[in-house]
Design a protein around this ligand. Sequence first.
Ligand code: PMP
Length: 396
Amino acid sequence: MDGICLDHNATTPPLPAVVQAVADCMSRCWANASSSHAPGQQARQRLAAARSSVARLLGCRPAEIVFTSGATEANHAALLGALGREPGRDRLVLGAVEHAGVMRLAQRLQDEGVRVDLIPVRGDGALDLEAARALMGADVALVSVLAANNETGVLMPLGELAALAHGCGAPLHTDATQWTGKLPFRFQDCGADLVSLSAHKLHGPKGVGALLVRQGLQWPALLAGSQERGRRGGTENLPGIAGFAAAAEALLAGPPLAERAAATAALRDALERELLARLPGTRVYGAACPRLPNTSYLRFGTLPAELVLARLERVGLVAAAGSACSSGGSQPSHVLLAMGVPRDEALCAVRLSLGATATRAEVGRVVARLGDALGPLLAEAARTACPPPDTHWRAP
Ligand code: PMP
């Protein structure tokens, strides 16, 4: 049976052009881009060309890109860089459903005495903008909210958040790791002053990403050094960056992202519609909100996610119980808990995230396999939950 990956929010397969760019760079352009000799200059030119490609994809100036080791590093640079920049601005305002890496960093900072406030979400997964407004103030160092939640796929209102943050003189940072590559994105128009992203979510290599820093904004380096114009020390990962650029070029050369997103959303909607019809008790989280086109976060009755995932693997489907960065334990998703979902229900949630090459036929196969794998379990669960009719009924 052919395997179908339904976990493209965890990572995406590198395109052949990406693999080739990485290999080519490693074998033919391995000089240090900071060296002044000819091979170094060649590496520097390749770095500049890669920066231009990535800038074109992201609608930013090449000089606004600081290449990093990925989104985790970029998020750290954004949050840690905000502290101590301006006297009196020492409070962070973050979304309550940020990526696991940001939530952990926020906890660490709080333990060290930094004031961190979380903007709650509503039951449907949307950010509570009224609560966000109430958290603004002249002491805010940074407002940081995910552009698109990695579990529910729910999109966050960046324009409104930018107005709120800027209204109190604070910069807005957004982690757009799940957004970029799936939906059109232009740094110049998104409202945020800082953006994190990662190449491996858009068919590039792992271990490379970027922090976009709006022109004119001075942002302290997380890693000291002279590279990236003093904004990120460490010899540039040129093979990774060249692979990132190859992924950007491929996206730019393909059909417009808005068109692809609409096609993927139609597949995702068909998947949900058919699962809801076939498997009673299926519930989709965040469905009432604008969402990433490929993401479906759901539960099948009260079947525990662990059981569902094991059964899916038996029929050649791989999926996840939420974020790959926080899975591996049996903890319920902090995203669902923040939405007010009870703990035992949250432990049943499974994320299905379609890939860019998904087709209608593939969705049909997914529904059939899911139906076969889970239908009997759901029927059994329903039977044991409702006691059978009393066969020992006696006439009064
Ligand atoms: N932010 C979000 C929203 C993510 O989905 C991920 C990857 N799971 C990250 C950050 C971390 O990215 P990286 O692997 O590049 O550090």
